[in-house]
Design a protein around this ligand. Structure first.
Ligand code: ZN
Ligand code: ZN
Length: 395
């Protein structure tokens, strides 16, 4: 029997010994040594606190640095902050910024494609979590033509060139020094070294695996990415992955004030003291519009199901007319908002600035009203979806 191309490739791809060795060497002590050590030795609170501090610094360097700054250019950072990310990101041992961010751009460009997405969720949970690193799959081969900005970044290139040194020193120096200081080198090496690295790895890997399998899809159903509050807590805010895949250049992943996104707070804090700038945000109307489009998709599915099952006919037609009306309203609001937005952008040009400023208040009020109309429409279309479901009664 003929095998699909991607399955043949799985069996053919050679083992990536460097990654396999690195993952084995960092995992085996956690499984084979740590449990016995903890059973027979007292490990002080300082060891656990330092392990947690390193874990936070590593993860924030990956989420705010490798991911939102370098892979997505969601904001600009002062060189001091970039050096911090380069050092503590290397300590997380997830490859250099250049390779990590380049592969991540490919993931976004070809999300779910079994042959081109380096960690495609369509190849299964294990593959997207860890399996993709164990072999040299063609999709993971870095395509630096996607990263001219990274190739021109001196800090990125220095970290790439001396990555091994960065990774070794950033792990060994603080862990051994603190171990010597507190008189517990073995405890520090096992807990603040190996265990911290193991936890840090798998929390990041969850973003490629769990965040594509488990959760809701409020913004887009065109890919497998999910929003998941629980995962957001484990991943420094990266659990709002459905939003992120639609609006990847937003410096926020959890866009609401109540959503747990420490990476967003971290970036905003540095912006408040001048070490980060140009924080990019998707306009609220576009976010609301995306939610409404998803709601339409679900309502339409309920509508079609109603038609199949022979719903109460008059009621069905009445609801369908309401759907048509809502769709018309949505299209008109989007067109009007697009028009106002382009006027606003054009006004940024000096020659008509005065004209825009004159009418700015009126425009701002209208744009706010359009945002609100989308929020209300999201509720109305949701109600229609439920009414369609209720209208499904045997004829
Ligand atoms: Zn993803
Ligand atoms: Zn991303």
């Amino acid at each position: 029997m003929m095998q699909p191309e991607s399955i043949k490739e799985v069996t053919r791809a050679p083992i990536n010994w460097a990654a396999t060795l690195m993952l084995s060497l960092t995992t085996l002590p956690v499984i084979l040594v740590l449990p016995f050590y903890l059973w027979s030795n007292e490990v002080g609170g300082a060891v656990w606190i330092w392990a947690l501090v390193f874990l936070c610094l590593n993860e924030l360097s990956i989420t705010a640095g490798y991911h939102r700054l370098w892979a997505h250019r969601a904001y600009k950072a002062h060189p001091a902050l970039k050096v911090f990310y380069a050092v503590f990101g290397a300590m997380a041992v997830q490859n250099s910024i250049l390779i990590w961010a380049t592969a991540h751009r490919v993931h976004h460009a070809h999300v779910d494609d079994v042959d081109r997405d380096p960690y495609s969720a369509k190849r299964g949970f294990w593959f997207s979590h860890l399996g993709w690193m164990l072999r040299d799959y063609p999709a993971a081969k870095p395509d630096f033509t996607r990263s001219p900005d990274l190739l021109a970044d001196k800090i990125v290139m220095a970290q790439h060139k001396y990555y091994l040194l960065f990774a070794m020193l950033s792990n060994f120096v603080p862990v051994l020094l603190l171990g010597a200081l507190y008189g517990d080198i073995a405890g520090f090496v096992l807990v603040a070294g190996f265990l911290r690295l193991f936890v840090s790895h798998h929390l990041t890997f969850f973003i490629n695996s769990l965040a594509h399998f488990w959760g809701r899809q409020p913004y887009t159903t065109t890919n497998t990415a999910r929003d998941n509050d629980f995962l957001a807590v484990l991943t420094w805010g990266e659990g709002y992955h459905n939003y992120h895949h639609l609006f990847q250049w937003d410096y926020r992943n959890g866009i609401r004030w109540w959503q747990f996104d420490p990476t967003k707070w971290w970036i905003a804090t540095w912006a408040s003291v001048g070490l980060a700038s140009d924080l990019r945000r998707v306009p609220e109307f576009k976010i609301q519009h995306a939610r409404v489009m998803c709601q339409f998709e679900r309502a339409r599915a309920a509508m079609e199901k109603g038609l199949e099952k022979g719903s109460a006919h008059a009621r069905y037609l009445e609801l369908k007319a309401q759907m048509d009306h809502e769709w018309h309203h949505c299209t008109e609001a989007a067109a009007r908002w697009g028009h106002l937005q382009s006027e606003k952008l054009a006004a940024a040009k000096e020659e008509i600035r005065s004209r825009w400023e004159h009418s700015e208040f009126k425009h701002r009020v209208e744009m706010k009203a359009l945002e609100l109309s989308m929020k209300l429409q999201h509720r109305r279309v949701g109600l229609l979806r439920r009414q369609f479901a209720q209208a499904i009664v045997p004829a």
